[in-house]
Design a protein around this ligand. Structure first.
Ligand code: RFL
Ligand code: PHB
Length: 395
């Protein structure tokens, strides 16, 4: 067995782990990232696409914002489609000038990986059997296998950034965690294609055949989603079947102008709301999907991961630079206040936009009434806009 030491051991090289590593490094705090998969595997996952201003600010603070500013698309509004018509929510006008940035999670991850490599920081990919040790005591460590050898990484703190299925949350003793969960009775079938976007803003469509979302990655690459049954399989959908179904769920003008092409990627994701409390156990912090999952309708998953990392990096910097543990003690509560609000928004928007098998005709009429109110009431549109662009971080 080999042994080495670092200040913060980070488990997981998704956006949370990579962003935390970069912010800690900038503050002179030594860290090592342990990732179960290869770098190519991590980069191959197509996930989120919409960044809040607070996430953009953090990427800038981490020194990796340049390509996002050059290539990302700033959006001032989103469109809601129902009853064959589109209605614009003016995010910019209703929030005193805020915007969101359309820039894929894959690109965020690529930029963070490149910065980490350029700085020569330690990342162990293909780290197997990661096990967290002693985080409830005075010292902690993470053991793992790599290249047939067992390694021990001793550390002051462990950041559990290893997603919903990771080892970190699973290693918290039974009874110390309270979990809240809702699994929605449908999934999202996603397609990535090299076609121009159907509209210059995102379209969220409530249709009696099911929800549809038109998103994008650039002026030449689109990301579209269809609500599908939970037991559906991506292989069952030909490209033509996908485009036909998407067209049916859009308003006539969008359906007419939809440009189709071969799918580069096609996959199904389940929809879940999940929160684990608290988010710290002694020397172990949970951040991002390791602690909470939101359904993707509100585009909040990646942004919540970033706000956790904001609070965690600040707490650790305070600990090392000022010898104050106030931020560490406040970490879980600070994160959870924002997590619960984003969970509420994501649950609300999911409930408003999808067809539910058990709510019947009255459910659909109530959705239509709420949509009508939402797009015609400045108060309701403002509430949606300020949640969509992202609630402020508490100071
Ligand atoms: P990630 O991205 O899941 O990264 C966790 C990393 O930890 C690694 N790992 C381990 N490493 C070492 N040892 C272990 N035992 C490990 N177990 C796991 C994993 O390989 C991985 O590299 O979590 P992070 O960093 O917290 O980032 C969160 C975001 O990725 C997530 O919130 C969003 O992508 C959620 N999400 C979406 N959000 C949106 O806003 N819009 C979307 O369209 C959207 N689509 C999605 C999604 C999440 C999905 N998942 C998790 C299944 C689609 C999918 C399929
Ligand atoms: C995406 O582009 O993948 C995307 C955008 C908005 C969402 C969810 C996913 O609400």
């Amino acid at each position: 067995m080999t042994t080495r030491r670092t200040q913060v051991a980070i488990v997981g090289a998704g956006p949370s782990g990579l962003l935390l590593g970069q912010l800690l490094h900038k503050a002179g705090i030594d860290n090592v990232i342990l990732e179960r998969q290869s770098a190519d595997y991590v980069l191959g996952r197509i996930r989120a696409g919409v960044l809040e201003q607070t996430t953009m600010d953090l990427l800038d603070a981490a020194g990796v914002g340049a390509r996002m500013h050059a290539e990302g698309l700033r959006h001032d509004g989103v469109e809601l489609s129902f009853d064959g018509q589109r209605h614009r929510i003016d995010l910019h006008g209703l929030t005193g000038g805020k915007q969101v940035m359309v820039y894929g999670q894959t690109e965020v991850t690529r930029d963070l990986m490149a910065a980490r490599e350029a700085e020569g920081l330690a990342t162990v990919y293909d780290a197997k059997d990661v096990a967290l040790q002693g985080f409830d005591g005075a010292t902690s460590a993470v053991t793992y296998r790599h290249g047939g050898v067992t390694h021990e990484l001793q550390c002051d703190y462990i950041a559990g950034c290893d997603g919903y299925h990771g080892a970190s949350r699973a290693s918290v003793p039974d009874g110390a965690l309270k979990t809240h969960e809702r699994i929605y009775p449908f999934g999202w079938l996603g397609v990535l294609a090299d076609t121009p976007p159907v509209s210059h803003e995102l379209i969220y469509s409530n249709h009696e055949r099911g929800f549809a979302l038109c998103s994008m990655r650039s002026a030449t690459r689109t990301r579209y989603y269809l609500q599908c049954p939970l037991d559906d399989k991506a292989e069952r959908w030909s490209d033509d079947a996908f485009w036909d179904e998407l067209r049916r769920r859009l308003d006539p003008e969008a359906a007419e102008s939809l440009v189709t092409g071969p799918a580069i990627e096609k996959s199904i994701a389940p929809l879940r709301s999940f929160v684990a409390e608290p988010m710290r156990f002694g020397r172990l912090f949970l951040a991002g999907d390791a602690a909470h999952i939101v359904p993707p309708t509100g585009a909040k998953g990646l942004n919540l991961a970033a706000s956790d990392v904001h609070y965690l990096s600040r707490a650790l910097i305070e600990h090392y630079a000022e010898r104050s543990d106030a931020g560490i003690r406040a970490y879980s509560d600070s994160c959870l206040r924002r997590v619960w609000k984003a969970s509420r928004f994501s649950w609300w928007f999911t409930s408003l936009m999808h067809q539910f098998p058990d709510t019947g005709a009255i459910g659909h009429q109530l959705q239509r009434a709420e949509l009508d109110y939402l797009v015609n009431s400045r108060a309701a549109s403002t509430a949606m806009a300020e949640n969509y662009v992202g609630l402020p971080l508490a100071t």
